[in-house]
Design a protein around this ligand. Structure first.
Ligand code: FMN
Length: 170
């Protein structure tokens, strides 16, 4: 799948089939994270792959906005070092690369950020100096994805030269 097509057609998937995602696909998704850029190439992110059914259920229990992760085939916890002011940009770039790579292979995914952080850190042995940037659940989608997205028009969000100036391409 071409990159732009993957961007345009991908939507968040929160309902997953029971079908297992093969290991080589998982590794490719993780490789997409590893190949992502970071500010100053610091590569401070760390990723925890969660595949165990009980651990996925635990993730759901410790989440405030991602209960659906209990039904995922696997999840990836994304950790960053908050001492770098750009750490969440670094997380976002790795997350988007993972989600697009997954989608290009037919694997749906969704991100969530609402967690009971202290308890999660204890449960998953996460060091104190790292923060939980987000968690992504992955799996084959239950529903056929039609690629219809709710997004603002380009003219609403892009300006030419100066804020508020109508977009015009020269
Ligand atoms: C930074 C960020 C945080 C998000 N947090 C959550 C979340 O906690 N729980 C959830 O179910 N979806 C979460 N989402 C998913 C958004 O609701 C979703 O990307 C948005 O509604 C667009 O969905 P679509 O691409 O399917 O149209 C988050 C998305 C982003 C980018």
């Amino acid at each position: 799948m071409e990159v732009f097509e993957a961007i345009v057609s991908r939507i968040e998937v929160r309902e997953y089939l029971g079908e297992r995602v093969p290991d080589d696909v998982k590794l490719r998704i993780l490789e997409a994270a590893r190949m992502s850029p970071t500010g100053l190439n610091l590569q401070h992110w760390r990723f925890i792959l969660v595949e165990d059914e009980d651990n996925l259920k635990k993730l759901a229990e410790l989440s405030t906005t991602g209960k659906w992760v209990a039904g995922a085939d696997f999840a990836i916890i994304v950790l960053t070092d908050p001492k770098y002011p750009f750490h969440l940009i670094d997380a976002g770039r790795a997350i988007q690369n993972m989600q697009l790579t997954a989608w290009s292979m037919g694997v749906g995914s969704c991100i969530y950020t609402g967690v009971r952080e202290r308890e999660m850190k204890e449960e998953y042995g996460i060091p104190d100096n790292l923060t939980i940037a987000a968690i992504i659940g992955f799996g084959y989608p239950v529903k056929k994805i039609k690629g219809v997205k709710s997004r603002r028009e380009l003219s609403e969000i892009v300006f030419s030269e100066r804020y508020g100036e109508k977009l015009r391409l020269t």
